[in-house]
Design a protein around this ligand. Sequence first.
Ligand code: ATP
Ligand code: MG
Length: 426
Amino acid sequence: MLINPPSYVLSVLQQLERAGYQAYVVGGCVRDSLMGMRPEDWDVCSDATPEQMLALFERRRVIPTGLKHGTITVRSQGHNVEVTTFRIDGAYSDNRHPDQVSFVAKLEEDLSRRDFTINAMAYNPRRGLVDVFGGEKDLENHTIRCVGKPDVRFHEDGLRILRALRFASRFSFDIEKETEDSIRRNRQLLSNISAERIFKELQGILLARDATRILTAFPEIFVTILPETQATQSPKEWMDRTCDIAQAPENSFPMRLTLLLRNLTPPQARSVLSRLRSDNKTRHYVVTMLEELSKPLPTTRGEMRKLIGHIGLDEARALLCIQAILTPGKNVLEANRLLKEALAAPPAYTLRHLRIDGQKLLALGATSGPILGEILQRLLNEVQEEVLTNEKDALLRRAKELLALHAKTVPSTDSSPNLGCVCKSR
Ligand code: ATP
Ligand code: MG
């Protein structure tokens, strides 16, 4: 059998069964096992109520994860196992959260509340596979199909629309016709879903191997969650954009998101990502990339070092990767060569890399104030442009010259720096 729950899961199943309860592994772990993949986590379901489970597992560490929904987390051999009481969901008045859940005695009822047939199978070593909705066949046929009537199921929970696209994208599955038509028809239900959940599903879709196919096939869904992208969107432009996404590495969500949002200005992208409650790191990455994409690429090693100092080395690499996708050609090849050369030399990207600091300038007789930063920045620029070596003696000599120049041009009472335009930054 393809389904082999590890011993820490079997131990929870056995303890429940010995006490006279039913117990099954269920959902994603059964699906993944049947596909020959290793499940990330194993969910267990049982007819034991949360109170009965708390009593049964009293010798184990138990976390009451979601008692109201019937879920507890049991520690077993150093692992967490979520165990949920068989349940059906009550009415959904907000298209997202059941108004109440009811615990039920039969596994089949619990399976009927699950979203897609491939996610609605359970397994127990003695009883074998329980598959009342044809999930195994749909797995074989690479099909995502709602359990029950799609319109009803999407009205209960609009997030299932994005879950369907995520599973289709992750496994390269097709969406069964009735389910697909219902997804398109009911897309407005997504407006009831919280931004955090939408963002998380979008991440799952973009990271999956078949993201491009799904983005291309369901433009209206993505316009519903990202209406800001619509303004400049022609079908051809959308197609180009989704094809570009396939060229970005599979594990790079921020890069794929940048490509998806690339027709927005940086402030527009910032506001879209704030609305979607993106984490700060991703938002900063996308906005930085869009800002840099609007500027010419570095054409000298000095400019390349400034770019790295400004946005960071990984980000500079990512920027070149994005540029190579968007505008492949001589300029990107040249920029990659400059990056390689800059990396082959000792780093000179930020003031941290300069072999002298403000203290050394003070020791030379400089007065404290903005002039210190100005001189250090100028020294860094000259090192970056390779007109000055990053060695202490050379830097001190040049610093003395700059201080003398400053003393000549600035009356002694005026401490404002006057070194000309010394801080050329991107
Ligand atoms: P993943 O590998 O992405 O975690 P999964 O199938 O385990 O996939 P989860 O979100 O962890 O997905 O949910 C576990 C199970 O709970 C699903 O397999 C499905 O049976 C059920 N489920 C989860 N979310 C929903 C939902 N919104 N509507 C109906 N059933 C759901
Ligand atoms: Mg899961």
